[in-house]
Design a protein around this ligand. Sequence first.
Ligand code: AMP
Length: 186
Amino acid sequence: MNLILFGPPAAGKGTQAKRLVEEKGMVQLSTGDMLRAAIASGSELGLKVKDVLARGDLVTDEIVIALIEDRLTEAEAAGGAIFDGFPRTVAQAEALDEMLASRGVQIDAVVRLKVDDHALTERIAKRFAEQGRPDDNPESFKVRLEAYNRNTAPLLPYYEAQGKLTEADGMGSIESVAKAIDEALA
Ligand code: AMP
């Protein structure tokens, strides 16, 4: 099973992806985590994307598509992937569909976590205070939300047209969101 966890930044995608990994043995493919690892390692890719992430802008489609492609064999061996933070543009979604089709698989479900903007802004202020993630600062977060609304939200009709989109209320506790996701997947 290949699942996309969809939603704005700080909707809880990463938390829920990690739970599904533990429960179902799937592989979490988070392009954000991969890019942060590249920055931490000081690699050429890391140096290239460091400022883009800090600002809250999107890195190029080419970069993230290549990162995902590199991990698909591993995901297939585990029985499927949870895509977290990817795709974020229609071009990425189309590339993902093609990469999966060439392996004879597909996206089985897209679960959208619905969280209102006010709750997101509160969550992110808390996370910034606790964890100090550089792109959680108010200015970068604003850019990230704008990128979501401009580039990523148009993916909703893309997956709706494929009949794959389900919605879960992302406003509750971690447990209640988990329950909503499980129901959406059932
Ligand atoms: P995330 O942890 O998913 O919120 O991603 C953190 C940052 O990494 C984003 O604000 C972007 O700068 C970059 N990023 C992660 N995934 C993508 C993607 N699929 N397309 C473009 N940029 C991405």
